[in-house]
Design a protein around this ligand. Structure first.
Ligand SMILES: [Fe+2]
Length: 236
């Protein structure tokens, strides 16, 4: 007679995930060259820009937020819509609803310019696309959205620590990189410490906000500049 030892099984659920999506656009060189020209021309026409999380005194320019309605930027806006639709599919959103963008803007951060910690109210998903990201131009910085976890931080064996337990995350900007994150996730941009002089040392990025709208909606919200994929010019 032998006694069979019961194996005690433990399962683990990682609930309440905070997904961050990233892609590097292929062949973004020509697109970025055109974007740089169009953004610099826009800045010349509107040197004051807008003040949001950018710190204008530190040399950050923030365009008006209607970039998604300006047809010259459609080649990039189309790529962003494609990424967002992929996320909605990935997360199993109701296909009767489609991505809608109500704000998109350009940021030009010269040396020492940065963006304070902030979130993007009235949106589901937000993101950033890097047009020009020279060396040391500042990391994109996210913090754990659960402040309660800071009350007592455990000691970890760093060789075994899993990314799901990190309480801060940094992303390296790179030309042609598109990063999309939940709009409620607190983030900031470190100061641009690039040593290059003039325009070559600027970090140029584009930010945007998305939520959902019914595909068969008869009316659009008149208070928001809503654009869906079908409003964009077809790919040439
Ligand atoms: Fe932001």
């Amino acid at each position: 007679m032998h006694s069979e030892e019961q194996v005690q099984r433990v399962s683990k659920d990682d609930f309440f995930a905070t997904p961050i999506y990233l892609t590097d656009l292929v062949d973004s060189g020509a697109l970025n060259g055109q974007l740089k020209q169009d953004i610099r021309a826009w800045r010349q026409r509107d040197p004051e820009g807008t003040v949001r999380s950018n710190v204008a005194q530190a040399g950050a320019w923030h365009s008006a937020t209607d970039m998604h309605t300006r047809r010259e930027f459609d080649p990039l806006t189309r790529e962003i819509f494609k990424m967002i639709q992929g996320i909605y599919d990935n997360l199993g959103y109701d296909p009767d609803f489609e991505p809608v963008c109500d704000s998109m803007w350009a940021n030009v951060n010269s040396r020492h310019a940065y963006n304070r910690h902030h979130t993007h109210p009235h949106a589901l998903w937000s993101g950033v696309y890097y047009v020009q990201a020279p060396d040391d131009c500042g990391l994109l910085y996210f913090t754990d959205p659960r402040p309660q976890t800071q009350i007592l931080t455990p000691y970890y064996d760093l060789s075994r620590r899993h990314p799901s337990t990190w309480n801060e995350v940094f992303y390296q900007p790179q030309n042609g990189r598109l990063i999309v994150f939940p709009a409620w996730l607190v983030h900031a941009v470190h100061p641009n410490l690039c040593n290059e002089e003039g325009e070559a040392g600027e970090r140029i990025s584009i930010s945007f906000n998305f939520y959902q709208v019914r595909r068969d909606a008869e009316f659009r919200n008149p208070h928001r500049k809503e654009v869906v994929a079908g409003d964009l010019a077809p790919r040439p």
